[in-house]
Structures are given as structure tokens and as C-alpha cells.
Design a protein around this ligand. Structure first.
Ligand code: NAD
Length: 490
């Protein structure tokens, strides 16, 4: 389908521009606004109300006011709201996909994939809502009985990043609803439009006023600061950079807030000498280039056995060279723009440093001139094992390739990171898979698979990649607290 300017402007005009507080869309208390830009052109897409601290408190007032009644709604009722939301988001898949492509830059086919993935959290948690089991048992001494039950944590602050505007919101909102929590959602200021449309969809699905409040804002700390000092807030769930996550964890200490932290990653992509190299290249393309490399799960360190490194690199670079950069709405575009000029400069600085330290550019290696913030898909070989590009999250379409001698060396290099989110292993030896998985310190392992995110799976990291899990049964547990009742011998 060709996307016309009229289709874009009609869709943008349908997105609410206010703050959602207690079921009403309203202006910011000081009338402030901020603009949302198209990263492919730098042009303005929309102007939204910019929440103040006062608005954030109004949102928490609304969430707190309905928390008790919301917690007591029948699980089936909450399940049906989520299921209706799944149906509505799915019916509007093209709108959500186009909106994400416009504000974030990802190619439309990828944006459609995110709608499928993001909507699945609504369906998965609608099914989990009625399966929040407790326990009833006899104490080990045999006399008394124990009941263990779960309760919703209470009002939550949900903070999302710009890179997956729909999925990062549904991955938090759906389990919070399933558990019976109320929420204040603060989307990233670079890509808030999807959350605005999603919130409108949730209201249409029958979510009662006050359960989900949305405070898009130019200033994140004006929202999180006062809310995290308020005794009524019980949890903060954050997805974003490790640096901001650490600050929020310090703030959370004051009120001993529950936290879920989905932070940065620096995924190793291990290719062993017995791997199917064509499958490894296909997986590498998916693990590196999904979202233009702007993903916490993006493969950032290609660690290849020295005997197959040359062949792998040649095939990988050929596939990267065939990609077509362009605005996400263009039919043949496979790589969209980087989110903004600063992010593109950061990527190029890492590439430049690596080249200065001896890396070879196999393909790409430079920004693309013109409007928008495009960067050429890049493969670097001969990257030194201590190069900065292997230490930091690249967050762009750049693949540094380095080599290892044997399995022990591969594991040592893979673990040489402060992060521990995603990892990928390509080998045809299943015994090796289990040996390596046992020893690498990562929350997620893709076995001959470049994309493994799934609503039914517990997603999350170890080390400085964060705390807690999203998705799966573990994702619901993040929003519940445990109560134990001891019953005397009758
Ligand atoms: P970011 O940390 O800059 O921002 C994330 C969110 O935090 C945004 O909503 C932002 O407005 C808000 N924020 C920024 N400063 C804040 C402050 N001082 N107080 C409160 N909130 C603040 O991250 P980003 O650039 O939006 O996203 C990219 C990062 O997110 C990468 O590091 C990526 O790895 C990570 N990420 C992690 C996961 C995961 O599941 N582990 C998923 C996606 C992205």
C-alpha cells in the first residue's frame, strides 16, 4: 500500500494530543507543549501537551483513587478488557504501524511486526489474568495451615523508551491490568504518539477512568521526581538506559519502591566453527538490523571462530550491502533513520575510534548525507578485543566482527561486559549449546535464532542490564505482592 501525505495527516490528526488523567484528555496545567519530529526528515509531526509535576500528581491522584475498587474487579472482567484491547489494536494494526514508522523511523514491515508482538502482550496477559494462583498447605509441623495469596502492588509509574513505542507500553500495561494495578504511564518524549493512540484504544476497550493515566512530557524528571517521593506510588517499572535506571533506583530507595529495570544490553553473537554459516548470516542480519540496531537485544559483538571468520564476514557484509536506507514509509526501504542527530553522531564516533584503533571497514562506515539522520549499514572486521565499540551499546546499524580461538575463549569474550541481556549462539552441536548457555551470563539466549522476543517468555537481563522480567508468568509476578496467612490448628 502506498502511504500518501493525506493518509499520514489524517492519522496524525486522529491521535489525542492531551494528557490522559482520570479518563479525560486535558491540556498541561501551565499550557506547555512539545513537538514530535519525523527522524527521516526532521519535520514536525505533532504537538502534544507537556505534563508538569502538578499534572503528574493529578495523574497519581486519579490512579490512587480507583486502586482499591480496581483491585477488587473480577479477574474475568480485567481479562476481557485486555482481550478487547488486543482485538482493537489488531484491527488498527496499520494505524499503529504507520504511526510508529513516522515517529520512530522503522520500516513499515518492521512496525507491523512490532504491532503483532506488542498486541500479543494484551492477549497473553488477558489469558494469565485468571491464572494468578496462590497456595494452601499444611505447615511442615503438621498442625497449622498456610494460605499464600497475591495482591496487586498498587499504583505504578511506567516509564518507556523511544525504540519500541507500542511493545514497551503493552509489556508493562497489560500485566499491570492483569494484576489489578493502576498506572501512570510516561512515554519517551521522542515517540509518545503511539502511547497516546494506545491509551485511547484502552479506554475504548472499557478500561475504567483513572486506571491508566498518560503524562507525556518534555521533562521526564518533573514526572518521576515528585511521584517517586509520594507514599501512594508503590512501584516503578522502567525500560531505558542503564544510566537513567541507576538514578531511578537511587530515587526508589527513599520509599523502598518495588522496581523493575529493563536496561541496556551489549549482546554477543557467537558463531562456532560447526555453525551453518548461511543461517548464521541470516540470524546476524535479524539480530543486528531489527530496528536499525536500536534495540537492547541488538547483537553488538560478533564473536566468530577464527577458522570461519573470513567467510562469515564476507557473506554478512554482502547481505548488509544490499539493504536500502530510506524513510520507513517507502515501500522498498529496509533501514530507516537513526532517532536523532546526537544518536547518529555517537554511532559515528564509535566507528571512527574503532577505525583509528586498526579496524577495517568491510562495508559502510559513514553517515548518509541529506535530510534525516541516516547511517550506512556497516561491518567492521579486525576489531581489537578491547575497542570501545565492543564495550558500549552501539544502538545503530554497525556490526563489529572479532575472532575467538576456542569455546573457552568465546565464553570469556562473551562475558567480558557489564551487561547481560541478550546473547546468540550459532552451532550445530546441541551439547555445546548447553555447555555455553550454562556458562554465559545473559538473561536471554538465542540458539540458532536471531530474534527470540515473545510475550510468553520471561524477558530481562542480569548484571547491569537490569532487574526483573517482562512477559511470561514472571511478567505478572512483577506487579503482584505476596501475602501469607497463617491459620491456627482448628
Ligand atoms: P533513556 O534512559 O534515555 O530514556 C528512557 C525513558 O526514561 C524515557 O521515557 C525518558 O524520557 C525517561 N527518562 C530519561 N531521563 C530520565 C530521568 N532523569 N528521570 C526519569 N525518567 C527519565 O533511554 P532511551 O534512549 O529512551 O532508550 C534506549 C535505551 O533503552 C537503551 O539503553 C536500550 O538498551 C534500553 N532498552 C532496554 C530494553 C530492555 O528491555 N532491557 C528495551 C528497550 C530499550
Amino acid at each position: 500500500m502506498t502511504i500518501t501525505p493525506t493518509r499520514e495527516s489524517e492519522l496524525l490528526a486522529s491521535v489525542p494530543t492531551g494528557l490522559l488523567i482520570n479518563g479525560q484528555w486535558r491540556d498541561a496545567s501551565d499550557g506547555g507543549t512539545f513537538d514530535v519530529l519525523d527522524p527521516a526528515t526532521g519535520q514536525k509531526l505533532a504537538t502534544l501537551a507537556s505534563a508538569t509535576s502538578e499534572d503528574a500528581m493529578a495523574a497519581l491522584d486519579a490512579a490512587d483513587a480507583v486502586q482499591k475498587t480496581w483491585a477488587l474487579t473480577a479477574p474475568r472482567e480485567r481479562a476481557e478488557i485486555l482481550r478487547r484491547a488486543f482485538d482493537l489494536v489488531t484491527a488498527r494494526a496499520e494505524d499503529f504501524a504507520l504511526l510508529m514508522s513516522l515517529e520512530m523511523g522503522k520500516p513499515l514491515p518492521e512496525a507491523r511486526g512490532e504491532v503483532t508482538y506488542g498486541a500479543e502482550f494484551l492477549r497473553w496477559f488477558s489469558e494469565e489474568t485468571v491464572r494468578d494462583y496462590g497456595r494452601y498447605l499444611t505447615t511442615p509441623e503438621g498442625k497449622n495451615k498456610m494460605i499464600v495469596q497475591t495482591k496487586p502492588v498498587g499504583p505504578c509509574l511506567l516509564i518507556t523508551p523511544w525504540n519500541f513505542p507500542l511493545a514497551m507500553a503493552t509489556r508493562k500495561v497489560a500485566p499491570a491490568i492483569a494484576a489489578g494495578c493502576t498506572m501512570v504511564l510516561k512515554p519517551a518524549k521522542l515517540t509518545p504518539l503511539t502511547s497516546q493512540l494506545f491509551a485511547a484504544t484502552m479506554m475504548e476497550a472499557g478500561l475504567p477512568a483513572g486506571v491508566l493515566n498518560v503524562v507525556s512530557s518534555q521533562s521526564a524528571s518533573k514526572i518521576s521526581g515528585p511521584l517517586m517521593q509520594d507514599d501512594r506510588l508503590r512501584k516503578v517499572s522502567f525500560t531505558g538506559s542503564t544510566a537513567v535506571g541507576k538514578m531511578l533506583m537511587k530515587d526508589a530507595a527513599d520509599k523502598v519502591l518495588r522496581t523493575s529495570m529493563e536496561l541496556g544490553g551489549n549482546a554477543p553473537f557467537l558463531v562456532f566453527e560447526d555453525a551453518d554459516l548461511d543461517a548464521a548470516v541470516e540470524g546476524a542480519m535479524a539480530a543486528k538490523m531489527r530496528n536499525m540496531g536500536e534495540a537492547c537485544t541488538a547483537a553488538n559483538r560478533f564473536l566468530v571462530h577464527e577458522s570461519v571468520a573470513k567467510e562469515f564476514t564476507t557473506k554478512f557484509a554482502a547481505a548488509m550491502g544490499e539493504l536500502k536506507t530510506g524513510r520507513g514509509t517507502e515501500p522498498d526501504s529496509t533501514v530507516g533513520p537513526i532517532i536523532d542527530a546526537g544518536a547518529r553522531d555517537d554511532i559515528h564516533a564509535l566507528v571512527t575510534q574503532a577505525i583509528e584503533a586498526g579496524a577495517t571497514v568491510v562495508t559502510g562506515g559513514a553517515p548518509i548525507e541529506g535530510p534525516g539522520y541516516f547511517y550506512a549499514p556497516t561491518v567492521l572486521s579486525n576489531v581489537a578485543n578491547d575497542a570501545e565499540i565492543l564495550r558500549q551499546e552501539i544502538f545503530g546499524p554497525v556490526a563489529p566482527v572479532t575472532t575467538f580461538r576456542d569455546e573457552a575463549h568465546a565464553i570469556e569474550l562473551a562475558n567480558a561486559s557489564e551487561y547481560g541481556l541478550a546473547s546468540y549462539i550459532y552451532t550445530t552441536d546441541h551439547n555445546r549449546l548447553f555447555r555455553v548457555a550454562e556458562q554465559i551470563e545473559f538473561g536471554l539466549v538465542g540458539f540458532n535464532a536471531g530474534v527470540i522476543s515473545n510475550a510468553a517468555a520471561p524477558f530481562g537481563g542480569v548484571k547491569q542490564s537490569g532487574l526483573g522480567r517482562e512477559g511470561g508468568a514472571e511478567g505478572l509476578a512483577e506487579y503482584t505482592t505476596t501475602q501469607y496467612i497463617g491459620i491456627a490448628d482448628p
